[in-house]
Design a protein around this ligand. Structure first.
Ligand code: G3P
Ligand code: MG
Length: 242
């Protein structure tokens, strides 16, 4: 079963910061997951929430803020004083870290709450500038942006994100143009997902931080997990294998 570092190595480092991604880059896992938003002046930044309130000393929506202002806030201290001074990273900076590693990059397009018109074009452009197109997996809870990504006729794999348990996942995936389903840990244990796996879909589960869940999902035929503790999961996987 493959392992993705969720928002970087986010259990012990501030999520979606260069520190968290540099830690993840040291671990020989399959990939890393990150979330993308866009500032008012058009800069692609890596962050989970639409607002910066939870993860910084600032307040407000990313899409209402210019990059220079966003960069003036501290995105490390909320996690611990030793991380003070961490800035919000750009997508460009995060891709730079992985340019020289083998990791796959799952870019989650955060258009399910605020729509960021044309975000897919901007992200594609950045990926092409880095010459990393074949290492990117796009995902989103907003399946329309994934449909638009697929229309760009690039050979990337697209992961449909689900937060709820849905019946007929497989049929829905076919209709939406992808058989790769990114489901919650709770959903992954349900019959609908078992059926989707049996029908040949690739299923990845988030967010998996317990060893017992790793083992269970592996037995169920889940393809990959997203975890905040990539080092712990890598060690576990290694010990199981050798
Ligand atoms: O892509 C897996 C997972 O990151 C989806 O949920 O809210 O952590 O972005 P969230
Ligand atoms: Mg995410």
């Amino acid at each position: 079963m493959d392992i993705f570092a969720h928002r970087g190595a986010s259990r012990y480092f501030p999520e979606n910061t260069l520190l968290a991604f540099k830690e993840a880059a040291k671990i020989p896992i399959y990939g890393v997951e990150l979330d993308v938003h866009r500032t008012k002046d058009g800069v692609l930044v890596v962050h989970h929430d639409e607002k910066i309130n939870r993860t910084s000393n600032g307040k407000g929506f990313i899409h209402e803020m210019d990059f220079a202002e966003l960069r003036s806030y501290d995105f490390g201290s909320w996690k611990g004083e030793q991380f003070a001074g961490q800035q919000i990273p750009t997508l460009h900076e995060v891709l730079d870290i992985f340019r020289v590693t083998h990791h796959m990059i799952n870019i989650e397009l955060k258009t399910d709450v605020y729509s960021y018109p044309g975000l897919e074009e901007d992200v594609l452009q950045t990926v092409l500038e880095h010459d990393m197109a074949e290492r990117i997996i796009y995902s989103s809870f907003d399946h329309e942006i994934l449909e638009r990504m697929l229309e760009k006729a690039i050979p990337n794999e697209v992961g449909l994100l689900f937060s709820k348990v849905l019946i007929n996942l497989s049929e829905y995936g076919q209709m939406a143009g992808s058989s790769t389903l990114h489901v919650s840990l709770i959903a992954a244990k349900r019959n609908a997902v078992k059926k989707a796996i049996e029908l040949g879909n690739r299923v990845r589960a988030y967010t998996v931080n317990r060893i017992a869940d790793y083992d269970l999902l592996e037995d169920l035929g889940v393809d990959a997990i997203f975890t905040d503790e990539p080092e712990k999961m890598y060690r576990h996987a290694y010990e199981k294998k050798y």
